[in-house]
Design a binder for this molecule. Structure first.
Ligand code: ADP
Ligand code: ASP
Ligand code: MG
Length: 413
């Protein structure tokens, strides 16, 4: 007998029939004698709709109120899932994020989980075999007990955090693909499913845009050694039959590919500050205010100035943070002393990831050559130990990902 957390994403609870089908999967695990907790996302499209309402009323919204609105999608699904389980003869009860509670920090719209109180849920799982249904994405801030959300895709993180708190044997992430692939199977038909992927590679792939798992969920799984597997809710099998992709320690993988995956992110915006005075401390004075506004900066290039007096600074932020980043920088224009700010949202970041890069040179060069052969211009480059990322014009995203998939020998036969 195992203790399992089962998470169902938006398409897996898209309508009442899908919720019933997901409840049947829970029932199967429950009938096999496992202790089960369920984490649900909002029904497909609901979060986007809620975000749309918020943005149409307030483009530069107050994140506290954004959280009040967008957290509601998951609340609906959790009640429906508890009802569907009850109808199927499985004892079930929903627990909202504020109710357990799932304590986070106060960073609204991208809060981090600090602690989950689950003694009562655990007692019920053991004593009466009741299934706990927890809405993903939601948490509770210690400041005025306000509702927080964990950032887009955050239900994965709720599930892994709950699995860690419950000391679960497994966290099964049910989604609309049957595992982790070498790249997004929706844009490359030759993408291959991998049966195992290391935490490190999954973390890097997630952080550069492979949205099959939210980055923080992988971080948390790695830290708490939670056994995560990605599965399809559209398959007949359940997680106990292990048909998906297991996220494991690097040493559990026998053969390491040089490049294990390719990801892309359309959630990028490029900002260039032209004519920034070139003096010590200039980068700190630009990025300081952005950090204080909880805006993450990703790729950065500072051009060398010709005469040493002014320089240009280019960097990327998430599209959702762009309007706030521009506001912060415009407010600081007097102190920063730059001449002009240029923004561009017509960009995509394409990244190749693989632990094999640690010991093999040449991955970046073959990436640049492949893109050159296709006539794709590189705007910004960044690298880490196991990743190379480039920023290119948005219209080349699919062409670039397909070409690179072939270059690194990842195409399925
Ligand atoms: P859910 O709503 O279940 O959380 P998401 O849409 O967040 O699902 O994530 C699943 C999607 O991730 C897939 O439909 C697929 O298009 C995308 N994806 C991107 N990269 C990958 C990858 N390397 N492997 C599998 N899926 C990927
Ligand atoms: N519903 C939220 C979103 O769409 C969280 C999630 O689905 O993981 O981002
Ligand atoms: Mg998701």
């Amino acid at each position: 007998m195992a203790r399992i957390v089962m998470k169902f994403g938006g398409t897996s609870v898209a309508d009442v029939d899908r919720i019933r089908a997901a409840a049947q999967k829970v029932k199967q695990e429950w009938e096999a004698g496992h202790e089960v907790a369920v984490v649900v996302s909002a029904m497909a499209g609901v979060t986007n709709q809620l975000v749309g309402y918020v943005e149409s009323i307030a483009p530069l919204y107050d994140a506290r109120e954004y959280d009040v609105v967008v957290a509601s999608g998951e609340q609906v699904t959790s009640g429906l899932m508890a009802l569907a389980l009850q109808q199927a003869g499985v004892p079930a009860r929903s627990w909202q994020g504020w109710q357990l509670p799932i304590m986070t920090d106060d960073t609204h719209a991208k809060a981090r989980i600090n602690n989950i109180e689950c003694a009562e849920v655990r007692r019920r799982m053991a004593d009466t075999r009741e299934v706990a249904v927890v809405p993903g994405f939601q948490g509770l801030s210690p400041v005025n007990a306000r509702v927080t959300t964990l950032g887009r895709g955050g239900s994965d993180t709720s599930a892994v955090a709950l699995a860690a708190a419950l000391e679960a044997d497994r966290c099964d992430i049910y989604t609309d693909v049957d595992g982790v692939y070498t790249t997004d199977p929706r844009i490359v038909s030759k993408a291959k499913k991998v049966s195992r992927i290391s935490y490190e590679e999954m973390l890097e792939l997630a952080s550069v845009g492979a949205k099959v798992l939210q980055t923080r969920s992988v971080e948390m799984a790695m830290k708490h050694k939670v056994r995560v597997q990605v599965l399809s809710s559209f398959d007949a099998a359940v997680g106990s039959d292990l048909p998906g992709t297991l996220v494991v320690d690097e040493d559990e993988i026998l053969e390491q590919a040089l490049v294990s995956g390719i990801a892309y992110s359309r959630d990028e915006a490029k900002v260039t500050l032209l004519g920034v005075p070139d003096r010590p401390g200039v980068a700190a004075s630009i990025f300081g205010p952005l950090t204080r506004a909880a805006i993450n900066v990703d790729m950065i290039v500072q051009n060398i100035s010709e005469d040493g007096s002014v320089t240009d600074m280019t960097f990327t932020v998430s599209k959702t943070d762009l309007a706030r980043a521009v506001k912060v920088l415009e407010e600081a224009k007097g102190t920063l002393g730059y001449e002009r700010l240029v923004q561009d949202t017509n960009v995509v970041k394409v990244s190749v990831v693989g632990v094999g890069m640690r010991s093999h040179a040449g991955v970046a060069q073959s990436m640049f050559q492949t893109l050159a052969d296709k006539g794709i211009n590189i705007l910004v480059i960044s690298t880490s130990e196991i990743k190379v990322s480039v920023l290119i014009a948005a219209e080349y995203a699919e062409l670039a990902v397909r070409a690179l998939h072939t270059t690194y020998g990842l195409d399925a036969a």
